[in-house]
Ligand binder design. Sequence first.
Ligand SMILES: CCNc1ncnc2c1ncn2[C@@H]1O[C@H](/C=C/CNC(=O)c2cc(-c3ccc(F)cc3)cc(O)c2O)[C@@H](O)[C@H]1O
Ligand SMILES: [Mg+2]
Length: 215
Amino acid sequence: TRKSRPQRLLKAVEGKATLGDPQSVITAIDHFCRHKEWAMNVGDEKGSILDSLVIELSPVNVLELGTYCGYSTVRIARLLPPGARFITLEFNPDYAAVARQVIGWAGLEDKVQLVEGASGDWIPRLREHFGVQMFDLVFLDHWKDQYLPDTKQLEECGLIQKGTVLLADNVICPGTPDYLKYVRNSPHYDSRYYRSHLEYTKVEDGLEKSVFLGF
Ligand SMILES: CCNc1ncnc2c1ncn2[C@@H]1O[C@H](/C=C/CNC(=O)c2cc(-c3ccc(F)cc3)cc(O)c2O)[C@@H](O)[C@H]1O
Ligand SMILES: [Mg+2]
């Protein structure tokens, strides 16, 4: 059967990137998505905003919801301080398999724990299974209607505490209206929109950064 788009994206990485060089993996994926086939990676423009926020935050415990091909996983992992812990959740086994190889090409497999499974099933188990107390950064980039329920579940499990930063992709396109309303209206979050564009296009999109202020 024909290869899937993530498998074709992986071939582009293997053909162009340098083993162990995260930047070359990022560049290869961006080139593939801009010139060959669009794919729903956070991309280079929003990716640069993501980079600057990771550098500024220097997070120790990071959670990503929705690994897909591992593009944002590589962007984040390459900037983490030694000893940081990065868990990324992906419930599609085919995407997880591609992401593992993309992360491996970047030489970042020791920095990332890719957990195959649904966020709803895993969020309640992260504390006892991985011994994580709270997350400094949560990057939301999975199904857009899951951002809000998963955020509430993270709050209930005590994995979001004072100072935790939520960074959400696609708050304009495709859009996450219920999540946006929640973080922008809640007295417990200080929320800010970083205007940008939908990856590899001129369509408006952006990232919403929401800092939890405590209960
Ligand atoms: C069931 C919820 N829990 C989940 N737990 C773990 N992984 C999950 C989950 N949901 C989805 N996933 C995974 O996250 C990924 C899903 C991402 C969904 N993203 C989008 O729909 C998206 C879509 C667009 C987009 C924008 C404009 C268009 F015209 C077309 C598409 C752009 C983006 O940047 C996007 O992120 C997949 O790998 C999926 O298997
Ligand atoms: Mg996205």
